[in-house]
Write a protein that binds this ligand. Structure first.
Ligand code: NDP
Ligand code: BG6
Length: 507
């Protein structure tokens, strides 16, 4: 294991380079890494690897759809330098065939040999597997066989979801741990790298924990809502999405990571072991979600040219994959028992929103008549007390305490809803480096290149996450016919009924 920040050569391989993730996040973040100087010292090669028949120019063209050419001449120079580092290597025989990896190995070695007077220093290889999970095991085996060079420093990064259910997660864990040392294997869930996830930890276990930490328990909280809403669908991603659906795509991993940070006990330390132990302990207390506590939906056509999920050419005509799901889970421990956690995730909805909200109990003995507010995710016109704490990722990174104060001025003593927003940006120090705001993948790629596992997933955790969703992924997702909702709408109204049922049960 090397912690060096200086190598003769650094190769970063993006497997699945023709895909959605590569275009939307991976290449743009690698570009930001490059501009910010996050690559270790040494010559750098970035190799896009996929089956599609593309040339390097084709790949650059795709990348330029999301990495826009800067106007500033000095930035333009960096932009041109970056594209010179990126080349395409075709996995001509597919991800399950050793020949594809032999080609990749040859291309990597060729670049590593050409290092001039840096001979004697080590070479770093980071192989990032951003493929549909059905290809993870093939890729992992072939990488180890063909591209793992013991004379170099090798690291492999694998994307979520880790398996499709408990059984396949165990099999994947067995394969991966049989092939790789824990220190060389980075399991990525980019929600762990998000700024707002870390803000939850800062809020709960930092300065405010003595005064405000107590809010995080059944004594104060009526229910917790976690929302993931996107305005776009799964266009062109059927090769992956159709086999997995929204529950496996974001709920069992991303949303669970947010829930863990908001509900777990204080970790023993801010280390990979400390954090994953705290999350695993929490996950073990989460009850398996009951199929009757889940609603699944799929988007149909919307206004204008918005096509139904099933109309996408990469999707099966009769697909039952869910693009929307709502579920209620319970944590069986002293801190959280009986508090419903309402999770909702959907594509092709009316807004982009990702947030976790603790909705506090009403004050039954209030002197005043309490104001109510619309709760944003309801398709129906439901109102609830305006009394909550939200950690928001989208549309903006925010921590917001919603409460009520006396209506300012006037003769009457009435309460009105108001919000206390923590000004996250006010913490800026003026120091360019300290204030730099990396995107989640940018942060995680830098961490992997520096061999820091703190914000990655432990294989054991990946396995435990599935027990929560086991009945949903085996008895509901792709089994039950999803409720249809319109592209661009608030989603199926059945999802609201689910929450109302659980919240009323507790009242
Ligand atoms: P895509 O559907 O875009 O697939 C990525 C690439 O994999 C495709 O370009 C294609 O490349 C190849 N591929 C597609 N279907 C198959 C298949 N059935 N078998 C083998 N190869 C296939 O998926 P994404 O890029 O969206 O997702 C890839 C991984 O990244 C997933 O694990 C996902 O969970 C994760 N992820 C995605 C995010 C996103 O925003 N898209 C964000 C975070 C994580 P080719 O045919 O050229 O080989
Ligand atoms: C990915 C999912 O893991 O996360 C995508 O595969 C989803 O379906 C994406 O769009 C959302 O990430 P973010 O960072 O934009 O919220």
């Amino acid at each position: 294991m090397s912690q060096s920040s200086e190598y003769a050569h650094v190769t970063f391989v993006v497997m699945g380079a023709s895909g959605d993730l590569a275009k939307k996040k991976t290449f743009p973040c690698l570009y930001r890494n490059f501009c910010h100087g996050d690559f270790p010292n040494g010559q750098v090669s970035i190799l896009g690897f996929a089956r599609s028949k593309l040339s390097t120019e084709d790949l650059h063209k795709k990348m330029k759809e999301t990495i826009k050419e800067p106007q500033d001449p000095s930035e333009k120079q960096k932009y041109d330098e970056f594209f010179k580092l990126v080349e395409y290597v075709r996995a001509e025989n597919g991800y399950d065939h050793p020949e594809s990896y032999a080609t990749l190995e040859k291309e990597m070695s060729k670049r590593e040999e050409n290092i001039g007077d840096a001979k004697g220093k080590e070479c770093l290889r980071v192989l990032y597997v951003a493929l549909p999970p059905s290809s993870f095991e093939d890729a992992a085996k072939n990488i180890k066989q063909a591209c793992w060079n013991t004379e170099k420093v090798n690291r492999v990064i694998i994307e979520k979801p880790f398996g499709r259910d408990t059984k396949s997660a165990r099999e994947l864990a067995k394969t991966l741990t049989g092939l790789y040392n824990k220190a060389d294997l980075f399991l990525v869930d980019h929600y762990l790298g998000k700024e707002i996830a870390k803000q939850i930890l800062a809020f709960r276990f930092g300065e405010s924990s003595t005064a405000l930490g107590g809010m995080f328990s059944r004594n104060s909280v009526e229910y917790v809502a976690v929302q993931f809403k996107e305005t776009f669908g799964a266009e062109g991603r059927g090769g992956y999405f159709d086999q997995f659906g929204i529950v496996r795509d974001v709920m069992e991993n991303h949303l669970m990571e947010f829930i863990c940070f908001a509900t777990m006990e204080q970790p023993t330390a801010l280390t990979p072991e400390g954090l994953s132990e705290a999350r695993i302990n929490l996950l073990k207390s989460v009850a398996t979600i009951k199929p009757e506590d889940v609603v699944v939906g799929q988007y149909g056509a919307g206004k204008g040219d918005k096509k139904a999920y099933r109309e996408d050419e990469t999707v099966q005509d009769d697909s039952k994959a869910s693009t929307f799901a709502a579920a209620v889970l319970y944590i069986n421990n002293d801190r959280w028992s009986d508090v419903p956690f309402y999770l909702m995730a959907g594509k092709a909805l009316d807004e982009d929103r990702v947030e976790l909200t603790l909705h506090f109990k009403d004050n039954q003995k209030s002197l005043f008549s309490l104001p109510e507010a619309h709760v944003k995710f309801f398709a129906k016109d439901l109102k609830l007390p305006h009394n909550s704490l939200t950690f928001r990722d989208k549309p903006a990174e925010e921590v917001v305490l919603a409460t009520s104060t006396k209506q300012h001025g006037g003769y009457a003593f009435e309460l009105a809803p108001t919000e206390l927003k923590l000004d996250l940006k006010s913490t800026r120090s003026g120091d360019k480096d300290k204030d730099y705001d990396p995107q989640s993948y940018e942060f995680l790629f830098k961490a992997a290149m520096e061999n820091d596992q703190t914000w990655f997933v432990d294989m054991k955790e990946a396995e435990v996450q599935w027990h929560v969703w086991e009945d949903v992924v085996t008895q509901v997702e792709q089994v039950v016919e999803p409720v249809m909702y319109e592209y661009g709408s608030k989603g199926p109204k059945e999802a609201d009924d689910l929450l109302a049922k659980h919240v009323q049960r507790r009242r």
